[in-house]
Design a protein around this ligand. Sequence first.
Ligand code: FAD
Length: 354
Amino acid sequence: MPDAFADHLIDTPPAAENSLAVYTTLRLGGPAGTLTTAVHADEAVETVRAASAAGRPVLVLAGGSNVVIGDAGFPGETLLLRTGGIEIVGEDPASVVVRVAAGETWDDFVSYAVTNSLSGVECLSGIPGSAGATPIQNVGAYGQEVGHTIEAVHAYDRVADEIRKMTPAECGFGYRASVFKHNDRYLVLSVDFRLERSSDSAPIRYAELARSLGAEAGDRVPLDLARDTVLKLRAGKGMVLDPEDRDTWSVGSFFTNPVISEELFRTLGEIPHWPAGDDMVKLPAAWLIERAGFPKGFAGDGVAISGKHTLALTNRGAGSTTALLDLARTIRDGVRTRFGVDLHPEPVLVNCEF
Ligand SMILES: Cc1cc2nc3c(=O)[nH]c(=O)nc-3n(C[C@H](O)[C@H](O)[C@H](O)COP(=O)(O)OP(=O)(O)OC[C@H]3O[C@@H](n4cnc5c(N)ncnc54)[C@H](O)[C@@H]3O)c2cc1C
């Protein structure tokens, strides 16, 4: 059966039956206990409800681009979410509310928005995975986060056994965080985005993007120019999936940028940083990793830091989750020894520990 998310894995060597590796962008992970594909929201809800009733753990998997699955796999029920659909559910003179099914490919939705002169998600072009996973870690890049445009998340609540419409406040969006992350209570079914009617981008907030556009921070540029420029910047960093390029066999950034107290920051000397509110400071994880002695290409056993981006840990083809996490721990320990700062993983770890 054609699979929007697994198509790019077509060149991956044949894996063991029920291997979850073929459903992840890392191409890592052992077998599923049982694997159910849902193309309709009600099938997805029924699968989760039945597993709950039977006391079986559930792993929801969509694009597999933000999970690290252990080599032993996942013994419970794996739900492959393959629902689709984009529809306008509200409009006013200035904006449109677009409802996107959870299993819809995220970048197809961004492309739809740009093509239809709807502004607000263009800087999130090229991010792999599904629309329904974007609220999970408040997906963000190049100055935009989905939390800026999400109007509501429709989710099946396993505890209350009901479908809820959750407001942004209830979603608790933060930096690569929300109430959904590390919490299997909710199955996101669809997401409503409020987008501005405009053929111009939202004001550009990210310095590197502004420079590439020849614009100033705060300028607005044509939507398609913003999208194309972001896609080029991302491709140069191995941040757009390309089956031929093992620098993209990753989960994107493996580590979040650490947020530390100003007190700790003052002890560290000259380090690039951004204010993070409440007497906190955000540090660039890539800078810390490089200065701690881990350059691009630094390799472990069949795994390595991407040759294009220090934050991306990649499977070179013969890697394992064990080797990937060993490499991640080596980097974490090196940064802690050099700077006294802790790095935390961005992806969700399934049946494995960091
Ligand atoms: C090359 C590359 C670049 C990337 N760049 C970025 C980036 O710039 N910014 C960024 O924020 N992320 C980035 N990522 C990470 C990833 O693409 C996003 O987090 C994406 O939203 C994950 O979507 P997915 O469908 O692949 O989720 P999956 O990997 O399938 O799932 C991730 C987590 O969300 C849960 N989940 C998924 N769908 C649902 C649902 N419908 N309901 C409940 N839980 C669900 C899963 O159970 C799991 O815990 C990148 C990844 C790669 C490989």
